[in-house]
Structure formats: structure tokens, C-alpha cells
Design a protein around this ligand. Structure first.
Ligand code: ATP
Length: 481
């Protein structure tokens, strides 16, 4: 049984592997660090989260459309966006262990230790000091803080540190076959720039009027240094981003609007409000005039799942300057031409996946009526996101029961993901479906031939009831809308 968050996190990781949600990439070659593959049920869950976000953005808003831009882009884009010069984290190396740390993570780890030893105020003071130094990009000051506190490397146990240096997180590769002539290009570290450079294409072809948004889901790549928290921090991951183009001067109200709208999206999935909080940025990125993280209480602590950023006109103005092409909008309501301002919402699909598992994973045990103990592992995934919606289970493999089951399968599978299973006892089959997060199971028994009814079993309550076969499809549909 799990008794703390560390064990809970370990249990989630091993459950994700055992039940076909997430595998280490290249496992038979001992894996590739911070890269993961999604298995049969993981890829279904991921797709459902992606679709749910996509529909909430595009279908549910008249003024948001989607695009799907390429991962490779012109290298100058990353100069214009500031990533070549600014997309780096302050790092420090321990000279004895040769281990490299992100400075903020090293200091946060030290603050966590203080907290664990009961020095809450001391921990807060260190974090406040660090935030101020980071905000001022004072690297010598950060080094002094690490020295003054005698912060140690967890591998060598020494305080023998290099200076603090910047380390760019973009991956680069070559475009072109002849190496001398090939251009260095980058794997995109965010999907947003594909939206900015297509701003006019989309605005014109989709006949959009400000305010309007462009949404995109796609892969992003970052050479993360500290990447050891399962799918929380990966080197290849997926982002779901939306850039909302607005009239300059209206950014404060739209920022507040999207801050609320995005938290509401999370809560509408049934995730508990007390597991969420906002965290305002102290150090603003070079493009932002306001920024907030939506944080979730993961088993590894409060961590960012989504960011909302008021990006001003930084990106469009910069692309205008670097490309020499005008990226402006004529607003006929006020008879003015301007470079729009932007509010961005950016959420990691893999992080949302981890959030869903963190919320859903439960180990339960109870005493049955006959006095015996029973237990199960259940994933309480919101039905809308569950990989399998309905398990169809004939009680036995004969007497015409599989035929009835197959007929129900045929009727339902176009509407939602159904899973047919006739092996093992019903009890074992229920447990397996609990572990996969399947919200509904129906059992076809001999009586079904007489009364055209089946027993439906609800994952969360384990309650069972008899319902007509004819109502199965509608019942499930009504619960997954
Ligand atoms: P962090 O501070 O955790 O590194 P960030 O502030 O750099 O994140 P953003 O650049 O704002 O993140 O990216 C937006 C979202 O993309 C994040 O909220 C997160 O959900 C996701 N994301 C960013 N980096 C990663 C990563 N390495 N692995 C998985 N998801 C990521």
C-alpha cells in the first residue's frame, strides 16, 4: 500500500507501464533519457485529452481556428523570437561529480530540505532571494548564494562548483545533403512561432476579425538538463497552444479572461479545485508583460501544467522586423492599422496526461459482506477522457452469449471505444477494466436471452444494475459528452 507521495508517484509510473499507458523509449536498448512512448491505452487517453482541448478551443469558440504547422522552420524565426539569444537556463556544474544542475532546481532542492527540517521561513527566504537574483539575471549573485549556503551536489556531496553559465535548450540539425552547404536549423522548442508566422495567412483565409485566436497542437523539443520526473519534463513532448490576437490596450482584460477560462476548463473535467492554484511569474520572459502558471498538486509537489502569457506585440513586431514583411491588421471599427497584441495559453499535453493519472490513480481495499478482504487499483479517469468507455463481457463463451455481446459491440463501436473480453472470471475482468479506467462494464448472462437486459457495472461505485440492451448506447453516450 502507498503511504506517501513518493511511493504514489512510483506506483503511477509502474502502473502506467504495466497497463500499456507509457513505456520508456528504446527500452530494449536500456532507454533514452527523458523520452517516452505511449502504449495502446496511453495513446487513446492522450488522443482524448488532445481532442477535448481542441474542441474546447475551436468548436466552442466562433473566433478560434486551428492550424498544423511544420516542426522545421526558417532558422531566422528563432532569432526573431529571441530563442537563439534567450532560450537558456542558468546552469552550474559540480567539478567533482561533473553533474550539471539548473540553478533554480538546485536552490529549490535546498529550500525543500530546509522545509523538511521544519525551517519553513528559512526556505521562503532563500526562494525569495533566488527569485530576485534570477529577475536581475545576477549570475554572480546566484553563485554567491550557493556558496554562502554551502549547497551540496547530491552525487559527490561537495560544494566544488563552476561559475553559473547559460545553456541553450534548442536542438539543432542540418538541412540539406552537402554538409558544407547545409543550413543549421532547429527543432522547434514551442509551437507558438508557427502560429505567429502564419498570422496573416490565417487571418485572411479564414476571414478572422480581431479579437480572434489560432490554436495548434504539436511536438516541441527542448534539451532539458534536469529531466528525470517521468513525463513531467521530457526532451520531446507535445504542446497545445492558442494565441489570441487583440487590440493593443485590451491585454489586461483578455489576460484575465483567459486566466479564468483555462482554469474553468480544468475544473469542468471534474478535477478538484483545491488541487489547483495560480502562480504569478516574478521574472517575466523577454516577450511578456504579465504571466501566470496554473499549477497542480502533483505527487511531486505543486508544479506548472499550463502557462498564460500576455506577450504584447513582441513576436509579430519582431517577425515584421526580421522578415521585412508587414504583419499588421486594419481594424475598421477604429479605422486604424496596428500590430496586434497577443494573449497566449500554453499547456503541455503530456503534463495534462500525468495530471489525469495523478488524479485518477487510487488503491482501495475494503471488507466484503462475507468478512473477507478485497482490494483493487482503479483509475478514476473522467469518462470523457477514458481510453475505453465500455467493456462488453459475456459471462461464458457459449450458449449464444458472445453473439449478443458482439451485436452490442457492433452497435456501439462507432460512437465510442468498446472493448470485448470473454476470458477469465467476471471478477478478474472487472479488476482489469478498473485498472485501465473503463467507466462502464456490461455483462451478458443467460437471463439476457430472456429479458433483453444486461448488468451494467459502474467503475467508481462498483454498483450494478440491470438495464435494457437497447438503452446501453445512449446511457454511455450521455456520460461521455
Ligand atoms: P518549466 O518551467 O516547467 O520548464 P516552462 O515555463 O518552460 O516550463 P512553457 O515554455 O511556458 O514552459 O511551456 C508551456 C507548457 O509546455 C508548460 O506549462 C508545460 O505544460 C509544457 N512543457 C514545457 N516544457 C516541457 C517539457 N520539457 N516536458 C513536458 N512538457 C513541457
Amino acid at each position: 500500500m502507498i503511504s506517501n507521495d513518493t511511493q504514489r508517484f512510483a506506483a503511477i509510473i509502474s502502473h502506467a507501464k504495466e497497463y500499456g499507458f507509457v513505456f520508456q523509449s528504446s527500452e530494449i536498448y536500456d532507454g533514452l533519457s527523458a523520452v517516452y512512448d505511449y502504449g495502446p491505452w496511453g495513446s487513446e487517453l492522450k488522443r482524448n485529452i488532445r481532442d477535448h482541448w481542441w474542441n474546447a478551443m475551436t468548436r466552442m469558440h466562433d473566433n478560434i481556428v486551428g492550424i498544423d504547422s511544420a516542426i522545421f522552420m526558417h532558422p531566422t524565426i528563432w532569432k526573431a523570437s529571441g530563442h537563439v539569444d534567450n532560450f537558456s537556463d542558468p546552469m552550474i556544474d559540480n567539478k567533482d561529480s561533473k553533474k550539471r544542475y539548473r540553478v533554480d532546481h538546485l536552490i529549490e532542492g535546498y529550500a525543500d530540505e530546509l522545509k523538511a527540517n521544519g525551517d519553513e521561513a528559512g526556505a521562503d527566504a532563500v526562494i525569495a532571494q533566488m527569485d530576485a537574483l534570477l529577475a536581475a539575471s545576477d549570475y554572480a549573485g546566484l553563485k554567491s548564494l550557493i556558496d554562502a549556503r554551502s549547497i551540496r551536489c547530491s552525487v559527490s556531496g561537495t560544494c566544488n562548483w563552476t561559475d553559473v553559465r547559460q545553456f541553450n535548450l534548442m536542438f539543432s540539425t542540418q538541412l540539406g545533403s552537402v554538409s558544407e552547404e547545409a543550413n543549421e536549423i532547429y527543432l522547434r522548442p514551442e509551437t507558438a512561432q508557427g502560429i505567429f508566422v502564419n498570422f496573416l495567412n490565417v487571418q485572411k483565409t479564414a476571414r478572422m476579425k480581431i479579437p480572434f485566436g489560432i490554436a495548434q497542437v504539436g511536438k516541441a523539443f527542448r534539451n532539458e538538463i534536469v529531466a528525470r520526473q517521468f513525463i513531467f519534463r521530457m526532451r520531446e513532448f507535445e504542446q497545445m497552444e492558442m494565441q489570441f490576437f487583440i487590440r493593443p490596450g485590451t491585454q489586461k482584460e483578455w489576460y484575465e479572461y483567459w486566466k479564468k477560462e483555462r482554469l474553468d476548463w480544468h475544473l469542468s473535467l471534474g478535477f478538484p479545485a483545491e488541487n489547483y492554484r495560480y502562480h504569478d511569474h516574478v521574472k517575466l520572459a523577454h516577450y511578456a508583460d504579465a504571466a501566470v502558471d496554473i499549477e497542480y498538486a502533483f505527487p511531486i509537489g505543486w508544479k506548472e501544467v499550463e502557462g498564460i502569457h500576455s506577450r504584447t506585440d513582441f513576436d509579430l513586431s519582431s517577425h515584421q522586423q526580421f522578415s521585412g514583411k508587414k504583419l499588421q491588421y486594419f481594424d475598421n471599427e477604429i479605422n486604424q492599422n496596428y500590430v496586434p497584441y497577443v494573449i497566449e495559453t500554453s499547456i503541455g499535453l503530456d503534463r495534462m496526461f500525468l495530471l489525469t493519472l495523478s488524479h485518477a490513480y487510487a488503491e482501495e481495499s475494503w471488507t466484503k459482506e462475507d468478512g473477507r478482504e478485497d482490494s483493487r487499483v482503479v483509475l478514476r479517469i473522467p469518462p470523457k477522457l477514458a481510453p475505453i468507455k465500455l467493456a462488453i463481457l459475456p459471462l461464458v463463451k457459449k450458449d449464444g452469449l458472445p453473439e449478443i455481446a458482439r451485436d452490442i459491440m457492433k452497435e456501439c463501436r462507432e460512437d465510442f471505444y468498446c472493448f470485448y473480453e470473454e476470458k477469465d472470471t467476471i471478477g478478474k475482468r472487472y479488476r482489469r477494466m478498473d485498472a485501465l479506467g473503463t467507466p462502464f462494464c456490461i455483462t451478458i448472462d443467460h437471463q439476457s436471452k430472456e429479458d433483453n437486459c444486461v448488468t451494467i457495472r459502474y467503475r467508481d461505485t462498483m454498483q450494478q444494475e440491470r438495464i435494457p440492451i437497447a438503452s446501453v448506447r445512449e446511457l454511455v453516450r450521455s456520460q461521455i459528452r
